[in-house]
Design a protein. Structure first.
Length: 357
């Protein structure tokens, strides 16, 4: 018997067992929740890191301050670094129409088209006209005679990029014949002292070089309250002289002849009136394709039987004209001619005539 080993006396009737199962389950649930939260946080951080690395975007709103969305990526904000080149142009020198096209610039939201007549140094600070478009084409109609230069730039939210090389649109009128001679104005009847108070002059012109067409005599001082006036003569090789009733009172009048060899009648949508037309008359017409200019012509007669001629020239986009006439005049006829001024018509120098006092 070993008397050095201690003796331990345990109480009787006492049993020992592990902790309850409920506490263990709660601990396991808490642990699982913590693991899930950690996994979610790691996934979010990973996605944010990936988004930051790729810097993807659909618009500038997806990017930080000072950045812009270019090709679905956020980059430091800058205007387009390339110009819309090359710019191509198609044109019709007869109608004065032109269309510009250019390739799209990456990141551009719009384009500026600058134009300048007769100046190849056209640019952002030197232009006659500026047009902003969101597409890669721009069309023009009825451009003026001469050479028009165009350049194009690209824009985005950061600013405007460099300009393209200029393209040229040129309208030349080399096919126009020599200038017509000035009309001859000669007095045929002096009624300034009479009741009609008008001076009748005869306007004539000779040496025409065409055998058909229309001659438009344009001038100022027509008797009545309106000037200028127009008088149309159906042409032949030697068009007849035209009597014009001029206002008296030492009024200086001018006369010019326009020779139209290619004219068409525009369709008038309101008939010329047969009743007195008062002081104004509005004429509407359907425009003609390819027309550069319209001449509007109205004939009326006064209560004394004196014919009055009214009219004027209107641009290619015009569709109506309002002409002032003598009160009480009766309308005789109205006519609208469309023509191509550049290559088919010529204008004579003007002749000045002074009526009697």
């Amino acid at each position: 018997m070993d008397y050095d080993r201690p003796v331990i006396n345990l109480p009787r009737n006492v049993s020992y067992r592990p902790e309850s199962r409920t506490g263990l389950i709660i601990g396991i649930v808490i642990l699982v929740v913590i693991v899930i939260v950690l996994i979610v946080v790691m996934i979010v951080l990973l996605l944010r890191k990936q988004a930051t690395a790729t810097n993807k975007c659909n618009s500038n709103a997806d990017c930080s301050t000072g950045e812009s969305c270019v090709a679905n990526k956020c980059v430091v904000c800058q205007s387009p670094i390339t110009s819309p080149s090359p710019v191509a142009i198609t044109s019709d020198v007869i109608t004065g129409n032109a269309a510009l096209t250019w390739p799209a610039v990456s990141g551009a939201t719009s384009y500026n088209v600058y134009r300048k007549l007769g100046d190849p140094s056209v640019g952002k600070n030197n232009y006659d006209g500026k047009d902003n478009v969101t597409v890669t084409t721009k069309s023009y109609t009825a451009l003026p005679q001469g050479t028009t230069y165009f350049v194009v730039t690209a824009n985005n939210s950061c600013g405007e990029g460099p300009q393209s090389s200029p393209v040229v649109f040129s309208v030349t009128c080399g096919s126009i014949p020599a200038t017509m001679p000035a009309p001859v104005v000669a007095e045929t009847l002096n009624d300034c002292a009479g009741t009609t108070t008008s001076d009748v002059v005869q306007v004539s012109f000779t040496n025409e070089n065409i055998s058909s067409g229309v001659y438009v005599i344009q001038g100022t001082g027509q008797k009545g309250t309106v000037s200028p006036y127009l008088y149309l003569v159906q042409g032949n090789s030697f068009a007849p002289a035209t009597n014009i009733h001029l206002t008296c009172g030492a009024v200086s009048t001018t006369h010019t002849v326009l020779q139209i060899t290619n004219a068409e009648n525009a369709v008038i949508t309101t008939a010329a009136p047969t009743a007195p037309i008062g002081s104004t008359f509005t004429l509407n017409w359907i425009p003609l394709a390819g027309v550069e200019q319209y001449v509007v012509f109205l004939v009326s007669v006064s209560p004394l039987g004196v014919p009055h001629y009214y009219g004027g020239f209107y641009g290619s986009t015009a569709t109506s004209a309002t002409l002032a006439t003598d009160s009480g005049d009766t309308g005789i006829m109205a006519l609208v001619l469309g023509f191509r001024l550049c290559d088919k018509s010529i204008v004579s120098p003007s002749t000045t005539y002074v009526t009697h006092a």
